[in-house]
Design a protein around this ligand. Structure first.
Ligand code: P1T
Length: 379
């Protein structure tokens, strides 16, 4: 089945009770049992719920995976992966990450005796220098948030496999429409479903997709035991959002391309971070592992201090100044004071996350209105 067909149908069947085409919202916390253990496969909704089950089937299919697990946020999904680790274990990850992931690693799991190496992953071979017999997990984001670095998933996977290390890829920025890490050798794909998958800025949710049955059983145990699972209403909203993922992504990519080209010629714009440019340091890898370049673009304003950057950020009329990304509406974000505020200045500045940086999540509005808005905000 091709992508658009899976987005609309995978995991879903007409409701067995009524024939309803849309999966019902099974708003129930628990299920009747004829005698203890004699049930229809559903016991208690923290662990299993039919609406969530349909969603998980669809999410798995979109990443060409056997198993899908939905969580009540992207951070909830990441937290479950980290709980596979034990004190003394080591993790290799990138030096440009969503600020919330960095905060969880350094402020929560480091306290449980897990060691994190935040390294430059734009050259996958850098990983070799940090592998020890304690390395249990490689965690990558690509494209990264917010500087759009590209990590070669297939090359990292080769190193991970050779050293028997689990590879998890946060695929939030690309979405499964643009990139499928499992096909490139990753063991686990993580998504902030809040973003492109939900697509309408009305749900916070996360997901893990994977193929290995043992790993799935371990993650399902954590999912059920720790309980960060989403309810049926949110599951329904995401099932509905997924049905247009392929249509939305085409429009995000097309608008993104036009805005990136526009910013390139703008006299007030200094650096632009977008993997579609042929002079992006890993453009060739992006071309190899992604089907298009997406709607996320970051840029710095020439010579701007914090005050001038705030002035521009607050001047948009169509783009809304807000955290998050991937919805149909365009958003602008100021990483150093918003999404990446928890990363120390000296760490974030090493990768270009400076005060004059703005990040755009390009929505699917008419391109003329978006271009006009950027022009007037920068003026
Ligand atoms: O917000 P939540 O659904 O918990 O997902 C966390 C998360 C994980 N990974 C990446 C790459 C992300 O971008 C996020 C959330 N990011 C934002 C809210 C943001 O504006 O960047």
């Amino acid at each position: 089945m091709k992508f658009g067909t899976k987005a609309i149908h995978a995991g879903q069947e007409p409701d067995p009770a009524t024939g309803a085409i849309m999966t019902p919202i099974y708003q129930t916390s628990t299920y009747w049992q004829k005698s203890p253990g004699d049930n229809k496969g559903f016991e208690y909704s923290r662990g299993t719920n039919p609406t969530r089950k349909a969603l998980e089937g669809c999410l798995a299919a979109l990443e060409n995976a056997k198993y899908g697990l939905a969580f009540s946020s992207g951070m909830g999904a990441t937290d479950a992966v980290m709980k596979l680790l034990m004190p003394g274990d080591e993790v290799i990850t990138g030096n440009d990450l969503y600020g919330g992931s960095y905060r969880m690693f350094t402020k929560i799991f480091a306290n449980y005796g897990i060691k994190f190496h935040f390294i430059d992953l734009t050259d996958a071979s850098n990983i070799n220098k940090f592998i020890t017999d304690k390395t249990k997990l490689i965690w990558i984001e690509t494209p990264t948030n917010p500087t759009m670095q590209i990590v070669d998933i297939a090359a990292v996977s080769k190193i991970a496999k050779a050293n028997k290390i689990t590879l998890a890829v946060d695929n939030t920025f690309a979405s499964p429409y643009l990139q499928n890490p499992i096909d490139l050798g990753a063991d686990i794909v993580m998504h902030s479903v809040t973003k492109y998958l939900g697509g309408h800025s009305d749900v916070v949710m996360g997901a893990l997709m994977l193929n290995d049955e043992d790993l799935y059983k371990r993650l399902w145990f954590i999912y059920n035991a720790c309980g960060a699972t989403p309810g049926p209403q949110d599951s329904f909203l995401v099932l509905r959002g997924l049905k247009t993922l392929h249509l939305r992504m085409k429009a995000h990519c097309e608008n993104g391309r036009q805005i990136a080209e526009f910013l390139k010629t703008h006299p007030k714009v200094d650096k632009i971070y977008w993997p579609g440019f042929t002079d992006h340091p890993n453009h060739e890898i992006a071309k190899k592992q992604m089907r298009d370049f997406g709607g996320m673009i970051s840029f710095t304003i020439k010579g701007a201090d914090l005050q001038e950057t705030f002035r521009v950020a607050s001047s948009f009329k169509v783009f809304a100044l807000a955290e998050s990304l991937g919805g149909v509406e365009s958003l602008v974000n100021h990483p150093t004071t918003m999404t990446h505020g928890s990363i120390p200045k000296e760490e974030r500045e090493k990768v270009g996350v400076v005060d004059s940086l703005l990040r755009l999540s390009v929505g699917v509005e008419d391109i003329e209105d978006l271009l006009e808005d950027i022009e007037q905000a920068l003026a």
